[in-house]
Write a protein that binds this ligand. Structure first.
Ligand code: CA
Length: 255
């Protein structure tokens, strides 16, 4: 993802250790951040720290570079809800555990609506936090294994074939690697072929962002699908705009 267009990447090699899974901790309270880092490292994880959303964005240039993200809600620039939303918007589905100082149930709801996977209230037990992150990582691994073992699930239209299981697409002789979000979007369009889908529905069903209004996100992803799959992206025949409403997927016409 990007943050105000500043996107340089501090590529560092994992600190090594057992699992070697990389975790990004986004927290401005220095002693808490270092405590988390130390404890994760003792468990064999490689940890990088970001003090605010801007720094986090620099670490999150490549989708799913980390196994998990621990994200504090109270940050000096934008809050954790907004950052989580931006991460999801960018098509990055890294598991996110949110931290908050308040035990307000509405924070939990907001976190989940922003696309977080889990939630902990400060002060928390470090061992419990590590166990929760471990369980998020395990769930994600199951999902990946399941996707890998699933029989190929191919949809085709025009010159395009999309393997929804392997996230790979072929257009003529060109092969494309799709992100999870692009695949989810194509799957949703296919399942709802011919029906006009408004942007809010797409944000809720595909991005899992409820009550979210930033519709530019949807438009950007549609533009991407058109570049991949349309013969002429300016005259789309599959991912068609419905003026004032949203989009409709038009499967191949007969004959
Ligand atoms: Ca904080």
């Amino acid at each position: 993802m990007t943050f105000d267009g500043n996107s340089e990447r501090g590529e560092r090699s994992p600190a090594g250790g057992g699992a070697g899974v990389r975790i990004l901790v986004v927290e401005d309270e220095q002693h808490l951040a270092s405590g988390l880092k130390l404890n994760f490292e003792l468990e064999g994880y490689a940890v990088e720290l970001a003090r605010d959303a801007r720094e986090a964005a620099r670490h999150l240039v490549r989708p799913e570079a980390y196994g998990a993200i621990v994200l504090d809600i109270m940050l000096p620039d934008i809050d954790g809800f907004e950052l989580c939303r931006r991460i999801r918007e960018s098509g990055d589905y890294t598991p996110v555990l949110m931290l908050t100082a308040r035990s307000d149930p509405s924070d939990r709801v907001r976190g989940l609506e922003a696309g977080a996977d889990d939630y902990m209230v400060k002060p928390f037990d470090l061992q419990e936090l590590i166990a929760r992150v471990r369980s998020m990582l395990r769930r994600r691994k199951w999902e990946k294994d399941e996707a890998r073992e699933a029989p190929s699930d191919i949809v085709s239209f025009g010159r395009a074939k999309v393997d929804l299981a392997s996230h790979r697409a072929y257009v003529g002789s060109t092969q494309l690697d799709l992100t999870k979000l692009e695949v989810d979007l194509i799957r949703y369009f296919f399942a709802n072929s011919g029906r006009t889908l408004d942007r809010e529905e797409l944000l809720e069903k595909v991005w899992k962002l409820r009550g979210y209004k930033n519709t530019r996100t949807v438009d950007n992803f549609i533009a991407r699908l058109r570049r991949y799959f349309e013969d002429d992206p300016t005259q789309p025949s599959y991912f068609v705009s419905v003026r004032g409403v949203g989009y409709r997927f038009v499967p191949d016409r007969e004959g």
